[in-house]
Write a protein that binds this ligand. Structure first.
Ligand code: CA
Length: 474
C-alpha cells in the first residue's frame, strides 16, 4: 500500500547553471546522464530562485518560504533547524529520509540536518579532495575525514544508503553535490578534458557595464581581475589589459568548471543505473536542480547574486513516468519555494498553509492553471559583502520584463555591509534585450509598463509579507 507513494530522489548541485547542460542547449559541454532525466521527463525553462545565493536558496527549498520569513537572508544567517521542512513531514508520514553532501545551512545542534533518518554533510563549503564530513550523531554530529573525491564520495554514501534501506517503505533521498562550486578542483579522471580546445566564449564576456545602474560596474566578480591563484590554479599572467586577461582567465576558469560538472554527470549516471537495475524507475520522482544559476563568463563574471538571467535561472529537470510525458518542456514561472509543496503533494501530504510556494503538480501533466503566477519576486540581501561587492536589491520578473530596485543598504543584516549607496532602478525588456544590456528605466516609451511593474512588485511584497525599502515611495 505505502509503495504506491512515490520515492523521491532529489539531486541538487551547487552553482550549476543550466547553460552548462546539454539538455538546455549548452554550447560548451555535454551532460549525457543529466539529459537522460530530461529526455525521460520534463525540462523547466523558467525556474527561478528567490535569492541567488547558496544558504538562502537552500532554506527556501526545504521550507517552501521566502527568506524574509525563514530568516535565512545571507550566508551569515544559518537556518534554525526547528523550522518546518518537507523532509520532516515526509518522515513523519512514514518515508525514510536522508541527506548526503552539501548542506550549508549551518552546523551545531541548532543548525545541523534535522528530519533525516541518516545524514552525512560537508561542514561549510567542504573540500573537493579528501573532504571532512559531519556524520549524524549527538550534539550536531561527529567529523571524520574521508579519502577520495567529493563527488564520488557523496554518490557512494547515497548508493550505500539506498542499498541498505527498508524496501517496504518509500524513500526521500537528498543527494546534494558540493560541485561545481568555486574553486572548481577537478578529479584526475576529468582533468584532461578540454586540454587542447578553446571553449566558446559567451557573447557578453567583454561587457563594459554601460547603460545600466552602477551596481554592475562596481561588482567584484570579474573573470580575471577578481580571481585568485586558487581559482586559476596558477599566478595571474602579468599585467595584461583587462580584455586579454578576461580571455585568458575565462579558458582557465570554464575548463575546470566543466571538468567538475562532468564528474557530477558521471556520478548521477551511476545512481540512475541503480534505479534502473532495481526496477525503481517507474515509481521514483527524480529531480535535478541547482541552488541557483551562475555566470559562466556572461557579463564578464563568475558567481551569482544578481537578479540577471544567468544567475536567477535554476536548472530544473524531473522524471516521473507515472505523470510526466517523456521529453516535455514547460515555460511557466516556477520557483524554488514551489519544490516543497510538490514533494508533499506527491506523497499525499497536505501542504501546510505557511508554505508560500505553489504546488506545480498540474504543470507536470501539461495543465497550467489559468491563474498561475505571471510575475515572481526576488530579493538579494547581502549588501556589499566583503568579497563580491554586489548591492542589495529586490525586483520583479514577468514573462517579458524585469524591474530591479537596488536599494543598496545592509539594513543590519549579518554579512551585509552597513554602508548604503544611492538607490537605483533598472528595467529590461527581455524580448528585445534578452542579455539585459540596456536599462530602459526612465525611457518615456516604457512609462506605463514601468508603473504597472512597480505596482505589481509592491503588491507581491505585501502579499508575501515583505517590507519595501523606505525610499521606495512611488
Ligand atoms: Ca550555490
Amino acid at each position: 500500500m505505502s509503495q504506491s507513494r512515490p520515492n523521491i530522489l532529489f539531486i541538487m548541485s551547487d552553482d550549476h547553471a543550466s547553460h552548462a547542460m546539454s539538455c538546455y542547449g549548452s554550447r560548451i559541454n555535454r551532460t549525457p546522464h543529466l539529459d537522460r532525466i530530461a529526455e525521460g521527463g520534463m525540462r523547466f525553462d523558467n525556474c527561478f530562485c528567490t535569492n541567488s545565493i547558496c544558504t538562502p536558496s537552500r532554506a527556501s527549498i526545504l521550507t517552501g518560504t521566502y527568506n524574509h520569513i525563514n530568516g535565512v537572508t545571507t550566508l551569515a544567517t544559518p537556518m534554525d533547524n526547528r523550522l518546518q521542512t518537507f523532509p520532516k513531514l515526509l518522515r513523519e508520514s512514514g518515508y525514510q529520509t536522508a541527506v548526503f553532501g552539501k548542506w550549508h545551512l549551518g552546523t551545531g545542534p541548532r543548525h545541523c540536518p534535522s528530519g533525516f533518518d541518516d545524514w552525512a554533510v560537508l561542514p561549510g563549503q567542504g573540500r573537493y579532495h579528501n573532504p571532512r564530513f559531519l556524520f549524524k550523531g549527538p550534539d550536531g554530529g561527529e567529523q571524520r575525514t574521508l579519502q577520495g573525491y567529493v563527488t564520488d564520495l557523496i554518490t557512494d554514501m547515497s548508493l550505500d544508503w539506498l542499498k541498505g534501506r527498508d524496501k517496504e517503505r518509500p524513500f526521500c533521498l537528498l543527494y546534494h553535490h558540493k560541485a561545481p562550486h568555486r574553486p572548481w578542483y577537478p578529479d584526475e579522471k576529468h582533468a584532461g578534458m578540454f586540454l587542447n580546445e578553446e571553449v566558446p566564449e559567451p557573447e557578453t564576456l567583454y561587457d563594459r557595464y554601460e547603460n545600466r545602474a552602477s551596481a554592475a560596474g562596481v561588482a567584484r566578480m570579474r573573470v580575471g581581475p577578481h580571481m585568485d591563484r586558487t581559482d586559476l590554479k596558477c599566478e595571474v599572467a602579468g599585467e595584461l589589459p583587462e580584455n586579454q586577461l578576461r580571455k585568458w582567465a575565462y579558458q582557465r576558469y570554464i575548463k575546470d568548471y566543466l571538468r567538475v560538472v562532468a564528474s557530477i554527470d558521471d556520478n548521477v549516471g551511476r545512481v540512475l543505473n541503480y534505479l534502473k537495475r532495481e526496477g525503481l524507475e517507474e515509481n521514483t520522482l527524480v529531480v535535478y536542480t541547482s541552488d541557483q544559476g551562475f555566470f559562466l563568463g556572461d557579463h564578464g563574471w563568475y558567481d551569482k547574486r544578481f537578479m540577471y538571467e544567468e544567475s536567477l535561472r535554476m536548472p530544473l529537470i524531473l522524471r516521473y513516468p507515472r505523470e510526466v510525458a517523456p521529453g516535455s518542456v514547460n515555460d511557466d514561472l516556477v520557483l524554488n519555494v514551489d519544490f516543497a509543496p510538490l514533494f508533499l503533494d506527491l506523497a499525499g501530504i497536505p501542504v501546510p498553509e505557511k508554505m508560500q510556494g505553489r504546488n506545480p503538480r498540474p504543470l507536470l501533466r501539461g495543465q497550467t492553471p489559468s491563474d498561475w503566477r505571471r510575475g515572481m519576486y526576488y530579493r538579494y540581501w547581502m549588501h556589499r559583502d566583503t568579497s563580491h561587492n554586489v548591492y542589495s536589491h529586490y525586483g520583479i520578473r514577468t514573462r517579458r520584463y524585469k524591474l530591479i530596485y537596488y536599494y543598496a543598504d545592509g539594513l543590519g543584516q549579518p554579512g551585509a555591509m552597513d554602508e548604503p549607496c544611492a538607490p537605483e532602478w533598472e528595467l529590461f525588456d527581455l524580448r528585445s534585450d534578452p542579455q539585459e544590456l540596456n536599462n530602459l528605466y526612465g525611457d518615456p516609451a516604457y512609462k506605463g509598463v514601468c508603473s504597472e511593474l512597480k505596482a505589481e512588485l509592491h503588491r507581491l511584497q505585501s502579499e508575501l509579507g515583505d517590507e519595501r525599502y523606505h525610499k521606495d515611495t512611488e
